[in-house]
Design a protein around this ligand. Structure first.
Ligand code: NI
Ligand code: MN
Length: 243
């Protein structure tokens, strides 16, 4: 087998592309025109699954286009999937918190997040569309590696239940502050989750997102947690041994 490991490419902000050990391509929260996404990475190529954490435009903006261009199945909560259907997305697979679904050996569990979820439509009249509750995901890949993608969230105590139920070894956590956890709360999340490896996201996209990897690192590395600072557009392997 040429490559049985999990690979990740951060595309800036909250957009994450996974290549699973068996070659499935899973895209989280596609917003490819975010200021951090390199031009060469905006064409994501073939995609099997798109996962949406919530309806804010910085997480869902390019989901309809990616789904139409690639034929990917889009997973999101019931409201998000209904909305995507109205945008012309043909393959949706709705779920809600507490549930799991399997796609070709990849298990996707939707978990809690503390955040809001809506989309502002301005085509005809300005209106704000409610899109259900914000969520996070635990994705268990074919090699057994479980990854927690928190989505946008505040810190919440039931992250301890995510640890208990799904035992993720790697977490993608927002650290930018203002709309999500900042470094201090994210460091506390690491304690509750029990993860040994963290990849910070949702920071630095705009000046308003002030949380830094440096601050986060200074809080968690003394506890033996590995912080991986991803470079947008740069593919990187995630090994269970590192976790
Ligand atoms: Ni949001
Ligand atoms: Mn966001």
């Amino acid at each position: 087998m040429a490559d049985a490991s999990l690979a990740v490419t951060w595309l800036g902000h909250a957009t994450i592309l996974f290549e699973s050990p068996k070659g499935r391509r899973v895209l989280i929260d596609p917003w490819l025109n975010n200021p951090s996404c390199p031009a060469a990475s905006k064409d994501v190529g073939h995609i099997d699954l798109v996962l949406i954490t919530h309806g804010h435009s910085d997480h869902i903006e390019d989901a309809p286009a990616v789904a139409k261009n690639t034929g990917a199945t889009v997973i999101g909560n019931f409201e998000v999937c209904q909305w995507l259907g109205r945008q012309g997305v043909e393959k949706v697979s709705p779920m809600n918190k507490g549930g799991s679904q399997d796609h070709d050996g990849i298990r996707i569990s939707m978990v809690h997040a503390v955040h809001s979820s809506s989309y502002i439509e301005q085509k005809m009249h300005w209106r704000i569309v409610y899109l259900g509750e914000a969520a996070g995901y635990v994705v268990r890949f074919e090699n057994g590696l479980s990854v927690y993608c928190a989505g946008d969230t505040a810190l919440f105590g039931d992250m301890a239940l995510i640890r208990e139920l799904y035992a993720p070894t790697v977490a993608f956590l927002p650290i930018g502050d203002l709309f999500t956890m900042g470094p201090q709360a994210a460091a506390r999340a690491v304690d509750l989750l029990g993860v040994r490896q963290v990849m910070p996201i949702h920071y630095g996209t705009f000046p308003a997102l002030t949380g830094t990897v440096g601050e986060f690192r200074s809080l968690v590395e003394p506890k033996g947690v590995r912080v991986v600072e991803l470079t947008p557009g740069a593919r990187q392997e995630i090994h269970a041994a590192d976790a």
